[in-house]
Design a protein around this ligand. Structure first.
Ligand code: G3P
Length: 237
């Protein structure tokens, strides 16, 4: 299983990369706007400049979205994005235009002997996941949290998609998105999802367990006793 960071924040991406556990990065227009609007160092910030900085951090796949929902513009913007690096994956919302764009980008890649990777995002049903796999997309991003928001169980979708993908040996990889808590992560891993994309705050939470904290405190306090009294004078061991 891979751990992607769901963020366009350079510090957050760097921190996870420094831990040696960064499997990839997912961005979207919302995350890009959030990051760029808080960046005061540049007068005219844009998505491509930000992606260039993310690409410098690590050689992992970076999912980036064309903004337009129209076929011609998805292709135009997608080709601009992949010019930045072969690590850029063109992430496209689940529409008929989007699915056509996946096919076109793949054909363009073959013609020009370049690897163009694609992802379909905003997946909320097994049917959408099947269409994406049939179109030969590299990744899909099913959104668990937003299904929970409307009273459904987002994790059921992951279970169903993984079952269907296994039945037909589909090669499309599943990146679980809209992750809001640790349960979303461990249940996704039980169902065999290829990756989860997780906001940095939740990645931090993944490190924590009360017993780990207490265990460290005990190691330190026991060691402090020895330092104070010497090994021979500690009765309770
Ligand atoms: O990866 C998709 C994610 O950014 C959306 O998350 O919490 O807005 O549903 P959320």
């Amino acid at each position: 299983m891979q751990l992607f960071v769901d963020s366009a924040n350079l510090d957050e991406i760097k921190k996870v990369n420094d831990l040696g556990i960064l499997g990839g990065v997912t961005t979207n227009p919302t995350l890009i706007v959030k990051q760029l609007s808080s960046t005061i160092s540049s007068n005219n910030p844009n998505q491509k400049d930000l992606l260039k900085q993310i690409l410098k951090i690590s050689k992992v796949d970076i999912l980036a979205e064309p903004i337009s929902p129209k076929f011609d513009d998805i292709i135009k913007e997608g080709l601009e994005l992949v010019k930045l690096s072969s690590n850029i994956v063109v992430k496209i919302p689940m529409t008929q235009d989007g699915i056509c764009a996946v096919k076109e980008l793949k054909l363009y890649g073959k013609r020009t002997k370049k690897i163009i990777k694609t992802a379909i995002t905003l997946i909320f049903s097994v049917e959408q996941a099947i269409i994406s796999a049939l179109a030969g997309v590299d990744y899909i991003c099913p959104f668990v949290g937003r299904l929970d928001d409307i009273g459904q169980n987002g994790l059921d979708l992951i279970k169903d998609i993984m079952t269907v993908y296994k039945n037909y040996n589909f090669k499309t990889k599943v990146i679980v998105a809209s992750v809001r808590n640790k349960k979303h992560i461990f249940e996704s891993s039980k169902y065999g999802a290829d990756a989860v994309t997780v906001p940095y705050k939740i990645i931090e939470e993944m490190f924590n367990h009360d017993l780990t904290t207490k265990g460290i405190e005990k190691f330190l306090s026991d060691w402090a006793k020895v330092e104070k009294k010497g090994y021979n004078n500690i009765k309770q061991f």
